[in-house]
Design a protein around this ligand. Structure first.
Ligand SMILES: *[C@@H]1O[C@H](CO)[C@@H](O)[C@H](O)[C@H]1NC(C)=O
Ligand SMILES: *[C@@H]1O[C@H](CO)[C@@H](O)[C@H](O)[C@H]1NC(C)=O
Ligand SMILES: *[C@@H]1O[C@H](CO)[C@@H](O)[C@H](O)[C@H]1NC(C)=O
Ligand SMILES: *[C@@H]1O[C@H](CO)[C@@H](O)[C@H](O)[C@H]1NC(C)=O
Length: 473
């Protein structure tokens, strides 16, 4: 079994590099094939228009980085490529022992790819469900086996054994919906939280997403708030879930890594719903919990505010608000990437150095501008044909599920009474009619289809499941 390394909370360059490489390939392929089919390589006016749209967007992003980046600057290379630079003389204190280098002061991005990656999350489901496993080719045999530790086999040769392992954390259909919440706070664990009193502000959000073993207590309340809604945990933290919950049944736990026999026994004793995250990168190490929390938030929330991420200049050591400092990873890389995400309209950053201007977002590109840029990037990178399919353009595999007859939303038949008769009913059983108007409108737009990442597949393909007896009628 592979050891689980999941402490890093920052985006791995490798992952982004691979995504970039893939898009480069796709881009190339489409350039090649379209000129092959049309027999001409002349730039058409639509392409020029899209490039213009993207260039204008780039300028807005550049301005945003200048205004909000606390010293970062953005250099535009072409209509998609951009470099974020830290000022000359920035201390690069994090040393990569493997490559024997300090962190660089320059980071290269493809804005078009980044936009496509993150805008997609707004329409996605990020909780693993039964309908996903049923629809994905070899979903049970191959994929499910990868999400169960201690299975003792590479594949689910015995499906009922695999079902037994997953039942308790496998809802039939998505328990949460895109746009379900207007505002969400994603709270990281940075020691920076102790320099501010964001507690009330955090609690003012429609949903709060926390991370691993972060304590929610009166002691820290002024800094991190008390509201508990979601908590994303890695394997080590999942083993401690009863302790982490401290008797609170308000929090939904979402395990980032794997189901585990011992966890399942624990899960059956607590009233809280527990799920598995859908969208982990199976082959390449861990993607930070921080990034995953943002993905989870975007799949349910319109506005995502982040707190407690180490994003201010002057990083010296990695601290957590509730424990002693320890070795951290790639602070400069993380800071640059989060700043980029803010200027692409994905997140809003809150930190000690930004505490004074927290409610002013006028210099971040508007939703309309982001949407236009996103559409242009889709056409340029994927071609008219796929872009023309709209929200279903990336659906590689289709399935259908009967919404009327698909079992409980969570839990398994053999659960203890505590879990079975729990009164937890905050959202996952929320009837369609009580959802926000924006969520209902989106449902209609999506024709009652749920989108999932293929997951483990290097392509950006989606698994799409249509619900037969729509709850939306
Ligand atoms: C960089 O680090 C050195 C030594 O730790 C310190 O003296 C200097 O002020 C730092 N420079 C900046 C720009 O933070
Ligand atoms: C498959 O697993 C189930 C549940 O653990 C067990 O009862 C059954 O005997 C297994 N079947 C085979 C063929 O091993
Ligand atoms: C997401 O869904 C909306 C409809 O609510 C649609 O207009 C938009 O194009 C979709 N975005 C993506 C990336 O599929
Ligand atoms: C759930 O709520 C009902 C009615 O409000 C109550 O009688 C019952 O004791 C509650 N169950 C638990 C486990 O709290």
């Amino acid at each position: 079994m592979r050891p689980q390394k999941s402490i890093s909370r920052l985006p791995p360059v490798l992952h982004l590099g691979c995504i970039a490489a893939f898009f480069f390939f796709v881009f190339f392929f489409f350039i090649q094939s379209s000129s092959f089919f049309s027999g001409s390589k002349k730039s058409d006016p639509n392409t020029e228009g899209d490039k213009r749209t993207l260039s204008q967007f780039q300028s807005a992003v550049q301005q945003c980085v200048a205004n909000r980046g606390l010293g970062l600057t953005a250099l535009i290379t072409d209509h998609c490529k951009m470099t974020l630079k830290f000022p000359e003389g920035t201390n690069s204190t994090w040393y990569n022992a493997q490559f024997k280098i300090f962190e660089p002061l320059e980071y290269h991005y493809d804005i078009c790819d980044t936009l496509m990656l993150w805008e997609q999350y707004r329409n996605m489901t990020t909780v693993l469900t039964r309908e996903y496993l049923d629809t994905r080719p070899d979903g049970w045999f191959d994929y499910a086996a990868k999400r169960i530790s201690q299975l003792g086999a590479e594949k689910c040769y015995n499906r009922s054994l695999c079902e037994e392992n997953l039942n308790v954390i496998l809802p039939a259909r998505p328990p949460f919906h895109p746009r379900q919440f207007k505002t969400c706070a994603v709270v990281g664990n940075s020691g920076d939280l102790l320099k501010t009193k964001f507690g009330k502000e955090i609690d003012g959000h429609d949903a709060v997403i926390r991370d691993n073993e972060a304590p929610v207590t009166q002691k820290y309340a002024p800094h991190v708030g008390l509201k508990r809604d979601f908590r994303l945990v890695v394997r080590g933290a999942a083993a401690n879930m009863v302790k982490i919950l401290e008797g609170s049944d308000d929090e939904v736990l979402i395990i980032k890594s794997m189901a585990h026999r011992d966890f399942n026994a624990l899960i059956k004793t607590i009233p809280n719903p527990v799920y598995l995250f859908q969208g982990i990168v199976l082959r390449r190490g861990a993607k930070g919990t921080g990034m995953k929390s943002i993905e989870l938030a975007l799949s349910m929330c319109e506005i995502v505010d982040i707190y407690g991420f180490t994003v201010d200049p002057g990083y010296t050591e990695w601290t957590r608000y509730f424990s002693t400092p320890r070795k951290g990873h790639n602070p400069l890389q993380g800071r640059a990437y989060y700043q980029l995400l803010e200027c692409l309209g994905v997140i809003r950053i809150h930190s000690p150095m930004r505490a004074q201007r927290k409610q002013d977002w006028s210099n971040v590109p508007s939703r309309e501008m982001v949407s236009r840029a996103h559409a242009a990037a889709m056409r340029l990178k994927l071609g008219e044909e796929i872009a023309g399919l709209g929200q279903f353009g990336k659906c590689k595999v289709w399935g259908s599920a009967d919404a009327a007859n698909n079992g409980p939303i969570s839990g398994s038949p053999d659960m203890s009474d505590v879990r079975k008769y729990s009164n937890y009913s905050k959202w996952e059983t929320m009837p369609f009619q009580s959802l926000r108007r924006e969520a209902r409108d989106h449902y209609a737009q999506m024709e009652d289809v749920s989108l999932y990442k293929m997951d483990g597949n290097k392509l950006d393909d989606l698994v799409c499941v249509r619900h037969k007896s729509a709850s939306s009628v």
